[in-house]
Design a protein. Structure first.
Length: 437
């Protein structure tokens, strides 16, 4: 008996054989390794954006421990630096020291009670953001609220003031473990405005203004100074931990003048607080300071890496802030790169339709390059749903060996084996202590 030939549309065949049907990417970029379906694989989000192949330069890297995720990120940054890209890394575990040394810099280690400080409220001014034709607001700048002060004034209505307020609200909500109440949000806004009239805002100054609101600030809230201070007391005390508590000495003042945040390579080591319950708050503070430094640098294309991004994404308040920062990538000439272990780190195990699930979907949607190493079987359905993988891609993901990843670039799929040079192996050796080296 003869079997009749099978007929299918090109779309159906493309879904069945996604890796064979994907068009090759433009050839400009750094060499990553070998495309398992033929040829070499190169990638550069800035070149792809310039060629119209991407609509944003952000990247998301997922993978189990020991599958090669860390090796890829470190060597990818090392190779990008050779092409003149700036490299800025937020390093919660202290694993990027060899990369910093290879790039000719020493890691900047922040420690409680230490001598180095970063001011997370130093945001880039709107004047530094590119403006669209016609003289409208800078791309990525927040629109002033009705009745807010004009740009350049002390109120939170200007773009810089709004970004400070969003950051402080995210930190406060994360520290409290709940959303801010309307009174707390208004009190924080008024405290920030009051500080901005006097000096460059810092967290200690905002805490002081919350604990002792002026009569003018209280009048702005429509209540007395005593009731306003009482209504915002919990928020003020949580923020006070960054100033006088066990977390002091990192983000409780102006940025230390000896820190060269404009260097071509910068690795910020937060390993001293890696096991702190407040790691998400601290990572958010550090990321904000680094983003301001990156944006103020100018036109140099930059990779800003948030490793162990689960520390930020595990809290909806700071996850919302990070997602908003992701959307400013094009305006700032920055390719944000988040590194997590599992897709559930993104979704925080939230049910379908929940805020955490929507945040996960939003961050993945705002990262047009997604690199996924092998995932445990229990994670595969969640990965497929979050990343929009086909059945063929999901099966391939469950069978990947070490050093091989599924790359999704603007909807195209590739199976890529990452290759290391002998000189790069010292950059990626995270097993040194385990193996007695």
């Amino acid at each position: 008996m003869r079997v009749p030939p099978h007929e299918a549309t090109t779309a159906q065949l493309g879904a069945a054989y996604p890796f064979a049907s994907s068009r090759q990417l433009p050839a400009r970029g750094v060499l990553v390794g070998r495309d398992l379906h033929g040829g070499v694989f190169v990638h550069d989000p800035f070149e792809l954006y310039a060629a119209g192949a991407l609509t944003n330069p952000n990247m998301l890297v997922l993978g189990q421990i020991g599958r090669g995720k860390s090796a890829l990120v470190k060597t990818y940054l090392y190779r990008q630096a050779a092409f003149g890209r700036r490299v800025v890394v937020l390093d919660p575990k202290g694993e990027y020291g060899p990369l910093a040394e290879a790039l000719g810099v020493a890691p900047v280690a922040l420690r409680p009670g230490g001598s180095l400080r970063l001011n997370p409220l130093e945001v880039v001014p709107d004047a530094a953001l590119p403006r669209p034709p016609g003289g409208g607001p800078a791309e990525g700048a927040a629109e002033p609220a009705r009745g807010a002060s004009a740009p350049g004034g002390p109120a939170s209505g200007d773009g810089a003031g709004r970004r400070r307020l969003e950051l402080l609200a995210a930190i406060g909500a994360a520290a409290l473990g709940r959303p801010l109440t309307p009174v707390e949000h208004v009190g924080l806004e008024l405290a920030l405005e009051e500080v901005a009239r006097r000096c460059a805002p810092t967290i200690p100054a905002v805490v002081e203004a919350l604990l002792s609101p002026s009569p003018g600030a209280a009048a702005g809230a429509g209540i007395g100074a005593g009731p306003l201070a009482g209504a915002t007391l919990d928020l003020a005390l949580e923020l006070r931990r960054l100033v006088h508590g066990e977390l002091r000495g990192m983000f409780d003042g102006p940025t230390s003048p000896g820190l060269d945040l404009a260097a071509d390579a910068l690795v910020l080591d937060l390993s001293a607080v890696y096991h702190s319950p407040a790691l998400g708050v601290l990572v958010t503070c550090a990321a904000s300071a680094l983003q301001a430094a990156v944006a103020s640098r100018g036109a140099q294309r930059t990779f800003l890496v948030v490793d162990e991004a689960w520390a930020v994404l595990s809290n909806p308040a700071v996850a919302r802030w990070l997602q908003a920062s992701w959307k400013l990538a094009r305006a700032r000439g920055v390719a944000n790169l988040a590194v997590v272990h599992r897709v559930s780190d993104l979704a925080a195990s939230g049910p379908a339709g929940s805020e955490t699930a929507r945040l996960a979907e939003g961050l993945a949607a705002d990262s047009e390059t997604i690199v996924c190493y092998a995932q445990p079987p229990a994670e595969l359905p969640g990965v497929a749903a979050a990343l929009g993988l086909s059945a063929a891609e999901t099966r391939a993901l469950g069978a990947l060996g070490r050093g091989v990843a599924l790359w999704r670039v603007a909807g195209r799929s590739f199976l890529v084996e990452h290759r290391l040079s002998p000189a790069e192996r010292v950059l990626v050796d995270t097993d040194a202590r385990l193996l007695g080296r």
